[in-house]
Ligand binder design. Structure first.
Ligand code: NAD
Length: 264
């Protein structure tokens, strides 16, 4: 327990269960004294998220499905009514039809392309615009991304294209809001076993491959992703904006499989 975030209030979007990356971020923020609001997607998730919210002393728990923009408006209206101003927002949500997270990217349908982009990419812009209106001086926004945006990951397909657009959004939003002292950054997490992660075909193979071939020879935990996100949301990162920060045990720096792996 520390007080890095003492006196700061913010919103975390994307907790589905105790395996969610957003839960790792929530625990890290709460552990440093932040006052938190959480959202969940629909009643079924709400039942699972409520006890987690209670665990971190969060009493602002709201339903939000980013496909229904009225629920996003309602979240920010509630935040303004209850708190007036906020200091940070975490966007840790994504969706694509799992039938298209396998096979060829070339076979992506128009319908799923648009849906994936709206939920996984454009929602961050819609949320950032609403958040910026009620942010204190020195606000900070963070979104979760993955290296499939930069390089081809088998089966990641349309989600990789959406993450590339999300990372570009981070830079454009950082430029838009920088003059108001609002920072915008991305955290590029290595693979983690979560509900969304399991939607990508052969996710287990990818997880094991990255574990064997990352410099640290392991995968990362949601607490490690949470720690790096906490840093970007805190005053420690006051000079940092428009960045995509990798938390992947170094996997992204490698240009070929580890030699010990090749020799076995
Ligand atoms: P998760 O399944 O725990 O979380 C995904 C969240 O997205 C859920 O809470 C779900 O309710 C929410 N969501 C989906 N559609 C939504 C909608 N229409 N409206 C509102 N919420 C919606 O999985 P996770 O892996 O923790 O995913 C969080 C973020 O981390 C995602 O952006 C994901 O792409 C990213 N990420 C995941 C990994 C990984 O390997 N798991 C790696 C890098 C980045």
């Amino acid at each position: 327990m520390g007080d890095l975030m003492k006196g700061k209030r913010g919103l975390v979007m994307g907790v589905a269960n105790h395996n969610s990356i957003a839960w790792g971020v929530t625990k890290a923020l709460a552990g440093q004294g932040a006052e938190l609001a959480l959202t969940y997607q629909g009643d079924a998730f709400g039942k699972r998220v409520r006890p987690l919210a209670e665990e971190v002393g969060c009493n602002l728990l709201m339903n939000c499905d980013v496909e229904d923009i009225s629920t996003v408006d309602e979240v920010f209206a509630t935040l303004e009514r209850e708190w007036g101003k906020i200091d940070f927002v975490v966007h840790a949500l994504a969706f694509s039809d799992k039938n298209e997270l396998k096979g060829l990217y070339a076979d992506t349908t128009r319908e799923n392309f648009v849906r994936t982009m709206v939920i996984s990419c454009f929602s961050f812009t819609e949320i950032a615009r609403r958040a910026a209106r009620i942010m204190n001086n020195g606000g900070s926004l963070a979104t979760l991304t993955y290296d499939g945006s930069q390089r081809v990951m088998p089966n990641y397909n349309v989600m990789g294209v959406a993450k590339a657009a999300l990372e570009a959004s981070v830079r454009y939003l950082a430029a838009d809001f920088g003059p108001r002292n609002i920072r915008v950054n991305g955290v590029s997490a290595g693979p983690v076993r979560t509900l969304a992660g399991a939607g990508v075909s052969d996710a287990r193979l990818m997880l094991n491959y990255q574990r064997r071939n990352s410099p640290m020879r392991r995968n990362v935990t949601i607490d490690e992703v949470g720690g790096a996100t906490l840093y970007l949301l805190s005053d420690l990162a006051n000079g940092v904006t428009g960045e995509v920060h990798y938390v992947d045990a170094g996997y992204n720096i490698m240009s070929m499989p580890a030699l010990d792996e090749l020799k076995t």
